[in-house]
Design a protein around this ligand. Sequence first.
Ligand code: ADP
Ligand code: MG
Ligand code: ZN
Length: 618
Amino acid sequence: MKKSRNYSIYFLLVLALMFVVIILQFVGAKNTVTRTTYNLGQLETDLQNGNITAAIIYQNQETPTGAVRVRTSDEQDLTLYVTDVTEVEDLLISYNVYPSVSDVARDNSLMANIIPIVIVLIIVAFVFVMLNNAQGASAGGSRMMNFGKSRAKLSNSDDNKIRLDDVAGLTEEKEQLAEIIEFLKSPGKFIKLGARIPKGVLLEGRPGTGKTLLAKAVAGEAGVPFFTISGSDFVEMFVGVGASRVRDLFEEAKKNAPCIIFIDEIDAVARRRGTGMGGGHDEREQTLNQLLVEMDGFGTNEGIIVMAATNRVDILDPAILRPGRFDRKITVSPPDVGGREAILKIHARNKKLGDDVDLKQVAQTTAGFTGADLENLLNEAAINTAMADRSFTNKEDIQKAFINVGIGVEKHSHIITDKEKKITAYHETGHAILFHVLPDVGPVYTVSIIPTGAGAAGYTMPLPEKDEMFLSRNRMLEDIMVSLGGRIAEEIIFGDITTGASSDIKKATHEARNMVTKYGMSKNIGVINYDEEEEDVFIGYDIAHNKKHSELMSGEIDKEVKAIIDACYKKAKEIILEYQDVLHKSAELLIEKEKIGRDEFEALFEGHEIPEDFNMEI
Ligand code: ADP
Ligand code: MG
Ligand code: ZN
C-alpha cells in the first residue's frame, strides 16, 4: 500500500478554522469590553447626571430579556443585559431619553451564525480523520466502518527506519534474533534445506527495556512489512470483534508475507484462560482461541513471524508457549553499565551536550534505569537547558533531570546506592564461587547485579541444567551450600548481614527438610516419609495438623534439618574463605561491569587448583 494518508492537511484545516474563530472572537470583543462593568445602578446614576445622550434597546423577541446600549455624553457606548427591557425603557423615558428599539442583538449575529458552522466543520474534519485512521492498513479499500477489521497498523519496509544499530546494548537478545532476520530476508534458503523456523517469538521484560524497539528493528533490518497491534485493541466491547480482528490480521499478513506481526502487550488477550469471573472474559477467551487457531493454522515456512511483547510472562496462558506457537522466548533485560552508556550515546545523537557531560559517568550513576528511563533523562535535561536559555546541555541540567526522572524510576524499580551495589556484588559472588568450586553444580553462566523485574537485587545463573532423573544426596547438599553462599559472603566481608538473603534461606531450609522427611537422607531419622503437607493441599480446609507422627518426632526432624543447614553453612564458609581473593576480585569486577560472563568469572580462579571431589561428610 502506498503512503496515501496525509493527515497534516486535515490538521492545517482544523488549525485554520480555529484561527478564524479566535479572530472573530477578538473582533467581537472590541465592542464588549464594558459590558461586564456596567450595571443598572450605574445607568441610573448616569441618567440622573444627564450623562446619557441616546439609547437603543435590542429586544429579544420571545422573552422580555434583552440588551440596552446607551451612549454617554463623552461618546462612550455601553451595553448592559437585563432581564426585563420594558423596565429599563420606562427608566430611560422617565429621564427623557427615548430609546429606539431593535429586534435582536445585532452585534452578536455574525458570531452566532458562524460558530455553529465552524464547529460542525471541525467535527466533520475530525471524524473524517478518525475514520481514516481506524480504517488503518486494512487493504486500502474504501470501507469506512468495519468493526471487525483488524486495527493493525501496517508500516512498510521503506517507512521503518529503525535498525538494530538503533538498539543499544542487548547483544544477546540481538544474537537470538539474528536467525529470524536472516529467514525473513531470504526464506527460500531455509525452506530449501527443510529447516524449521520458529513461528512466534515472545519478548519478555520490564517496561521500557526496548521490546517494542527491538521488534521494529527486526522488521527494519529484514526490510519486511510490519503489522503492529496492541493486545488491548483486540479486546473490544462487541463480542466477537476481537476474534474477527485476529482472523483479518492474519489474512492481511498472508498477503504480505514475508512479514512480521507484532502484538504488543499480549497479556491483554493471552491471560490465563478461565481465571476470570463473570461473562466479560468470554470475549478475551474467544480472541485468544482464535489467535491460537491462526498460529497453528499457518505452515511454519509461510514467511510470517509473529512477535509479541509482554512484561507479565507469568500471567500468560501456558497454551501460548507450546511448540508451534511462541516457541522462542527472549528475555529482554535492563541494561548494564556498558549498555546504559551505549543507550545514552544513541539518544544524545540529536542533542547538544556540553563538554562537561561525561556519559560514561552518567551511565555509572544510573544503575536500575531502563532504556526508556535514560531516554527520558536526556530529554528532561534538554528541557532544563531550554528553560535556562542555554544552547548546550551541561552537567547540571542532567543532575537536575536525574532528580525528576529518578523519582519515577524509584517507583517502578529502585535506584541502587553504591553500598547496595557492593553488598549485592559480594552476595552474588558468594553463590557463584560455590557453583564453580562444588563438583555437582554449576558452571556459572552469568553473574549479575542488575536488579530483575521480579524484585531480586541480582542473580547468579548456572548453565542450563541437564534434566536429571534424580538428585543425589551430595547434589542436594551442594545446592544448599550454594543457596547459603550469598549470606556467608556478606557475613565475611561486612561482618553484618542483610535481609536480602531471605529467599535463599527459605530455599535451603526447604531442601534440607525434604532431604529429611521425603528422601530418607538424614543420619538419624531413617528411611521414612514424614512429609505431611503435600497430599492435603487440595482439600480446602486445614487438616495439615493431622500429623502422621508425634511431637517428639517433629522435634527430631527439626533438629536434623538444623544439623544439615549448620554443616552446610560451615563447609561453604570454609570454601569461600579459601577463595577470598577471588571473592574480592569478582565483586570489584561486578561493581564495575554489573554483569560478568562465564569466561571472565573463571579467569579469576587463576592460580587455584579446584579439587575434583569434596568430602561431603555431613
Ligand atoms: P518496551 O516496549 O520494552 O516497554 P520500548 O521499546 O517502548 O520499551 O522503549 C521505550 C523507549 O526507550 C524507546 O523508544 C527508546 O527510545 C528507549 N530505549 C529502550 N531501550 C533502548 C535501547 N536498548 N536502545 C536505545 N533506546 C532504547
Ligand atoms: Mg512496548
Ligand atoms: Zn542470593
